[in-house]
Ligand binder design. Structure first.
Ligand SMILES: Cc1cc2nc3c(=O)[nH]c(=O)nc-3n(C[C@H](O)[C@H](O)[C@H](O)COP(=O)(O)OP(=O)(O)OC[C@H]3O[C@@H](n4cnc5c(N)ncnc54)[C@H](O)[C@@H]3O)c2cc1C
Length: 359
């Protein structure tokens, strides 16, 4: 009989479990229920009391806590995960595919003589465990079964709803949490802090409901025969500011570089775009509820980049664009400059609106 273990960690606030961890808890609960298998949940972090928030799951709760485990670091995280796996003896180990655990999961699987599959998007099966993942840049879906145990499944963020901790329904202080002691190897890495870009400069927002996709049309000659790149930049940034959308881009648009940026197509560019914004076959396939593509023709952004978007709309001047027509639920054959300007007026929160843009 299988025994399920899910590995989780405390978030940066120190007072709750990370969202990706709660998503993995949902996946583990569903699997344990289907297989009628015992479930253990391991929690790693500075404050192990957070584990009590999972009292309602009915799972065996294991915690590893202390200052050394408050920060992500390979040696301490790998040692903690290994200790949890050895204590719980899980045959199926479900791990959130966050940066913290993605770094250590393969190493931990190796230490335990197990195997690992990454980018899992669904876990099915009632007799056996069947893990689904996508291959060839999200074009083919495969269902994987394995005999080797322990089998580590690194679950992609956003593929499961986050488990809702409900402290009001039970007294979490009564939950029994087993504290596991870990003897750490000598630490060579000291975490001194985290540096991250200023929030108002961020255009990639994984939690946003809407993905706004900008295509190369924004920097092409418009019906008046002129290029309007700085207008495009201002319209897009204002739209992002007003809607809270995340910004994706086609490859053609991010590949454009201005003369002083070295090799490139020497076209006018949108300076806030980087290759991290690119979606598609050689870019990302983000998970958002809705998608709006603008000035975009390509197959890859519409077919592969939108793979996990539920509701899709496109604004294109080209009524014959097969990709927009084939892949969007609604296509507006219209000038995106005009449509986005109108939308920005509707969501204009008043004076001071908009992100200043210097060309
Ligand atoms: C191996 C390989 C991998 C690739 N990987 C990717 C990938 O990961 N992601 C990706 O995006 N591409 C990828 N591509 C490139 C892809 O095939 C397309 O060339 C690219 O996506 C086209 O970009 P685009 O749609 O932004 O630009 P274009 O093809 O130039 O289309 C611009 C569109 O904007 C419209 N337009 C112009 N002005 C307006 C306006 N005012 N209002 C509304 N519409 C307007 C035009 O009518 C046109 O339809 C890949 C290609 C190859 C060969």
């Amino acid at each position: 009989m299988e025994s399920i273990l899910v590995l989780t960690h405390v978030d940066d606030s120190g007072g709750a479990l990370a969202k990706t961890s709660l998503e993995a808890v949902t996946a583990a609960l569903n699997l344990a229920k289907r297989l009628s298998a015992p479930l253990s949940i391991g929690v790693i972090g500075g404050n192990a009391a957070v584990a009590r928030q999972l009292a309602q799951t009915g799972a065996r709760l294991l915690a590893i806590s202390g200052e050394a485990f408050a920060q992500a670091r390979y040696s301490s995280d790998a040692a903690a995960c290994e200790a949890l796996c050895r204590t719980a003896e899980g045959s199926i180990v479900i791990v959130p595919g966050c940066t913290r655990f993605a770094r250590v999961a393969a190493g931990v699987a190796f230490r335990l003589g197990g195997v690992i599959d990454t980018h899992i998007t669904a876990i099915g099966g009632t007799e056996n465990v069947e893990a689904s993942r996508w291959f060839y840049r999200q074009r083919l879906e495969a269902v994987v079964e394995r005999d080797v145990r322990p089998w580590f499944l690194l679950v992609d963020p956003g593929t499961h709803p986050a488990y809702e901790t409900a402290p009001s329904q039970a007294d979490p202080s009564t939950a029994a949490v087993e504290h596991i002691a870990v003897e750490l190897p000598q630490q060579r890495t000291t975490v001194t802090g985290v540096r991250s870009p200023a929030l108002n400069g961020e255009t990639i927002r994984p939690e946003a409901k809407l993905l706004f996709v900008a295509g190369a049309g924004w920097t092409k000659k418009q019906p008046d025969g002129q290029v309007h790149s700085s207008d495009a930049a201002q319209l897009i940034l204002n739209f992002l500011r007003g809607s809270g959308a995340s910004l994706g881009s086609s490859k053609s648009l991010v590949d454009q570089k201005s003369e002083n940026q070295g090799a490139g197509e020497n076209q006018q560019v949108l300076p806030f775009l980087t290759h991290l914004n690119q979606i598609g076959q050689t870019g990302a396939t983000p998970r958002h509820l809705k998608g709006l593509s603008t000035c975009c023709y390509g197959e890859e952004p519409h077919v592969v980049g939108w793979r996990f978007i539920s509701e899709r709309r496109a604004i294109s001047l080209d009524p014959n664009c097969g990709w927009a027509r084939g892949k969007a639920d609604v296509v507006y054959v219209a000038d995106a400059f005009q449509v986005i300007a109108e939308l920005n007026k509707l969501q204009d929160p008043g004076p001071g609106f908009g992100i200043p843009f210097e060309e």
